[in-house]
Design a protein around this ligand. Sequence first.
Ligand code: BGC
Length: 767
Amino acid sequence: MKNFIIHDNWKVIEDQYHPEWNEISESLMSLGNGRMGGRANFEEKFSGKTLQGNYVAGVYYPDKTRVGWWKNGYPEYFAKVLNGANWIGIDITIGEEELDLATCEVLDFHRELDMKEGHLVRRFTAKLPSGKIVEVNAQRFLSIVDSETGAIRYSVKAVNFSDKIVIKPYVDFDVMNKDTNYDEKFWDEVEKEVSNGEGFITAETRKTLFHVTSGMKFQLFVDGAKQEFSADLEERLKYISNITSVDVKEGQTVTIEKFGVNLSSEYTSKENLLAEAKQFLYKAFDKGFDQMLKEHIAAWAVKWETSDIVIEGDAAAQQGIRFNIFQLNQTYTGEDPRLNIGPKGFTGEKYGGSTYWDTEAYCLPFYLATAPEEISKNLLHYRHKHLARAIENAEKLGFTNGAALYPMVTMNGEECHNEWEITFEEIHRNGAIAYAIYEYIRYTNDHTYLAPYGFEVLLGISRFWAQRVNWSEYRKKYVMLGVTGPNEYENNVDNNYHTNRLAQWTLQYTKEVVDYMKEHYGEMYAELKEKWNFNEEEEVSKWSDIIDNMYFPYDEERKIFLQQDNFLNKAIIPTSEMGEENRPINQKWSWDRILRSCYIKQADTLQSLYLFEDDFDVETIERHFNFYEPITVHESSLSPCIHNILAAKIGNKEKAYEMYLRTARLDLDDYNNDTEDGLHITSMGGTWMGFVMGFGGFRARNNRLVLNPFLPEEWKGYSFKVNFRGAHLQVKTTHDHTIIENISDVACDLVVFDKEYTLEAKQTLEL
Ligand code: BGC
């Protein structure tokens, strides 16, 4: 755990030069606007430790899978989010010396991410080997208003010298992914142009043939006065720059304002790409840095208005929750149903920027409660659009009749993960996708999603489950063999409780949806029956049989469902007895030892108890929690949040708080020693869930919002905001009271501390 980030309510601050942790800060202070993003790399050259990263949403490369022993059905490739053009670069030379912090004496250094306003600031004073001292101030943002563009204002002050300062802004497409499987570059140049003050490069991705145009336009100032310049133009393969030089006197400041554009062929035809990119860039340039920033800040204010959480009396916790909310809102803005949320968002390459079950299981609740309904709906549409591919994916494995297996990892609907235990066996993801449909409707009451979208997806998934189970003559039950549950520290197990339960639940829910469709969308239902060749009588009766006869491993003595068959054969030794030197086990132990141990990576059986909590009384949840949590190592970032919620539910407030802190500051404190690779974006949705569902007791049930707020001892108070069916509420809790304010014009039905209320528009409830 590192502790170099200054605690602040609205900012992430690094106030000293820590080159050894530069990659961590680059991740933490990443910027994004839904359409593009990038790490907090320096604009000027830096020969120290850095991971250069600029990413354009939806643009990926299918890097051929590398495995030792190919088996039938393996995915052909592992999709990579592409490191795109470095458009932020501005090389600086003072006289004959290059400005590179790795070769300077850094006299002071400050870098901060302003989460309220969505921009990155860096300032430093550096002494060059010659003794010349410069003061640099840099500010950068990616506009959430003009989302194809970003802007940089970069100033260099000549503190103790007069000399020529050479400023070289550039666009460099000659970049590589660090995680490339075959040391290959993924971009080929299509065209480029460079002229005084601007330049553009269009490049094409190998295999996927996406085109992206990245460009720049800039202007120069000395002590605030605009400068005419005549730049030397430089170009080589996949690279353009302008070399400009300014003679400065001691005490003078030279400033460059550089505007950047990134536009992909996902948003316009390849023929028009360059022309459109130019238009976007010129528009940004004409607006100017200050105006763009002003509009950007105003748009962030609107986002915070609906999603902010305030914690009083604990700056670390406050910074933690805002950091999570900020990063989620930077990553996914929800306008485009072709986009989704990668586990690392726009902050690193690992996990390929692809979509996992994380979105449905951990991110959807955040967007449902804090953003317009359309945004969550687009997350659902994303999977609907991939239905044909999910069917193909199942066919490749031998399933028939429209059975759909959604991929564990995907960019375009195809499976693109190359680990067998995950790709083939972690089929619980199919259940998460079905459950998301239910959750969306339960929250919004928007049943129109079922016809045809939700129904088609549920039908495909149910068909998969119906074929994936088999009748066991031995148990006289349906069983599901050879799966991996969410706990990836167990592979190829039989009867994973969570997977069996999700399968049974999906079949039940799809049956209900069939009835609903018949009643409310009769005509469309008839069409869909035909389209999907749905033999209702036969298929539904098979589903009913599975629902009634599904097998669940259970221990009578402990009265708990077991994670899988034979789980109790393991030596059950709580993590408290294993010694810190063994942690994290995924780095310290052999895989063989992990698989044989009782240790659980992340909520598995407890994931089901969380999803289906209404089926259990609190004592049952507590029994399961007290059995499983002590043997859980929480080595997935997705783990603490579910435990946070369940601990709160069973009244174990201390544990809830402990789990919350672990998730909220996971990246800020680099708990898992991997923040340098990028942030855990999807688990940030989990952090939000942990807070609002854990401490706030927030749920949507029976067309009402349920709240059971409690305040951890360590805090003075907190407040959070949620949307519910047009109403917008603020919930404030202190040690002696809870105030729920309806700040909207729409009435809202509530259950607070088990009592029903209707909160009229603008009304306040004080308890
Ligand atoms: C977790 C998975 C998750 C993936 C991406 C893994 O470590 O075990 O559940 O989907 O990370 O976040």
